[in-house]
Design a protein around this ligand. Sequence first.
Ligand code: 0GY
Length: 298
Amino acid sequence: MSSPFLMDEDYLPFHPNPSKPSFQLPAGAVDAHCHVFGPGDVFPYAPERKYTPCDASKQQLFELRDYLGFTRNVIVQASCHGKDNSALVDALNAAGDLARGVAVVSPDISDQELEIMDKAGVKAVRFNFVKRLVDATPKEVFLRTADRIKELGWHIVVYFEAPDLEELTPFLKTLPTSVVVDHMGRPDVTKGIDHPDFKRFMALLSENENFWTKVSCPERLTVAGPPYDDVIPFAKTLVETFPDRVLWGTDWPHPNMKSHVPDEGVLVNTIPRIAVTQALQKALLVDNPMRLYWPEAS
Ligand code: 0GY
């Protein structure tokens, strides 16, 4: 059956044949930010979604994992699936121990549903503050969700854009778990690493040891385009200042890209430019994600 969902007209599907990276990933590397989308005829997109993507199946994700040389994935529930985590749970169950998940849930979720997700490998929930992706959720609702999931030992992933950090900081500091900030808090890279916005983000991490960040998504943050020279200083600064609290992910299948279709081989080749020693690379790609998502194995 063909998908009942029509991809948005301006939606760019993921790269059909990415290049092989010249950078060889360390053994056991984790792609700590990626998604599965649908397929829509099996796992329908949410009625409240802000975009309709190109289907991106678990099999395609696992093929990319193997092709690039990753061992494991952390799969993040994306806004187009709303709070229906079925596609995520299905992918986690198919991956066995090789994937962990980040879900999106309401505080009224049942214990039984939480248990199913926990068993499948969900380790976190995501709070999304990006206005083009989701309608606003009251902070009090997020706090109730945080209270539910902290009992399971899960943590919280947050997605916001740099101009919103100042307003969000008092709230973020009240979160009772480890907190992972997506995509370096989405800095405006034209402003440079000495701009107050990026300094505020650095201060958040230095003053709060429970905060981590994904030094991911050069393809979203760049103005210059590949090979993403303008994003490197931001990620390199974070990796060198907080070597034990950084994660890296491909962001496959790159929803809502407008400027270009990212080549994941080129993305992987940015890693040795932001983590310039083998020790930093191993921390970023293996030790840190294993500690957070596979604590029993690390
Ligand atoms: C990402 C970024 C985006 C989308 C989502 O949940 C989502 O739909 O996260 C975006 O459009 O910036 O991390 O995939």
